[in-house]
Design a protein. Structure first.
Lengths: 122, 122
DNA sequence: CGCATATAAACCCAAGTAGTTAATTAACTA
DNA sequence: TAGTTAATTAACTACTTGGGTTTATATGCG
C-alpha cells in the first residue's frame, strides 16, 4: 500500500522493463512506439509501464502531433539517491558487527538494543 | 516478475514499513519483537516483511536463544545508490540538453500539456 | 515435564500488477 | 471524407502482495 511518494517511486523502479525505459530516456525524448521497440511486449503493456512511471513522477509526456513524447524527470531519482545515502556507512564500513558502531554513539550501554529486559545468557 | 537482484531490492524497499525497519536497524541489531513494537501490525505480518528484506539480502538473521536478531546488510543498498547515480545529471543539470533538443523539434509556440514547466531562461 | 515466550509456517482474503486482444480516440494525409 | 498511424482504454486472466488469524516449532525456566 505505498501511499507515500518514495514508495511509489521505488515500486515503479522495481521492474527491469521500466528501468530500461528510463535508461533509454537518458538519451533524450522518445515516442511510445520507439520506446516499445526493444521489448517483446505489446504496446498496451508498454503504455501501462509508462503510466506507472508517470504516476511516480519519473517521466512526463507531451503530445506532438500523433506522437506522445516521453521525457525523464529527475526529482524522484534524486529522492532515491538521497534516501540511500543515509545508509552509506553501512556498506562502507568493514564492521562485522554493527554493535561496534552502536557503541560509538552510545558508549555506556552494554545491553542489546531491543527494549525487552531479557538478558543474554551466553 | 523481478528476477534480478536490483528489482528484488527495489521491490523490498518500496514499502514504508520495511524502510522503517531498516532505519531502526541502523541503530544496531534488534530482535523481531522489538522491531515489531512501533507498528500497528501483527507479529506474523512483521515476520513476513523481514522475510522479504532477507530474501533481498537487505538483512541477515542469527539465532540467539529464542530470539532472532536482525542485522542490516549494506551491499544491496550500495547497488541502489550506484544505480541512481547514473541519473545524477538528470536532476542536477536541470535538463538543459533536453530543452535544447525539445526546441529543435518544436518551435517555441508549443504548449505544455501536463506538469510544471521546466522551461527557464538561462 | 509442563508452561511461557519468540518466531515461523500455513492458510484465507482483498487489492494490486502484468500481460493479453479488441475497441477507441486523436491526429495526420490523400 | 475516408484511411492510416499512434497511443490509450476496456475487458479479461493469472499471479503476487500485504494484511489477518491460527497453528506449529524451538528455546528457556521452574
Amino acid at each position: 500500500m505505498p501511499l507515500d511518494q518514495l514508495s511509489t517511486t521505488l515500486a515503479a523502479l522495481a521492474d527491469p522493463t521500466r528501468r530500461a525505459i528510463l535508461a533509454r530516456l537518458l538519451m533524450g525524448e522518445c515516442s511510445v512506439t520507439a520506446l516499445a521497440e526493444p521489448f517483446d511486449m505489446s504496446m498496451p503493456a508498454v503504455s501501462k509501464h509508462l503510466r506507472v512511471l508517470e504516476r511516480a513522477g519519473l517521466i512526463s509526456r507531451r503530445r506532438d502531433a500523433q506522437f506522445r513524447h516521453c521525457r525523464i524527470e529527475g526529482a524522484p531519482l534524486k529522492d532515491v539517491a538521497t534516501w540511500a545515502e543515509r545508509y552509506r556507512h553501512v556498506w562502507e564500513s568493514r564492521l562485522d558487527r554493527l554493535d561496534t558502531y552502536l557503541e560509538q554513539i552510545t558508549p555506556k550501554n552494554e545491553k542489546r538494543h531491543g527494549r525487552q529486559s531479557h538478558r543474554k545468557s551466553r
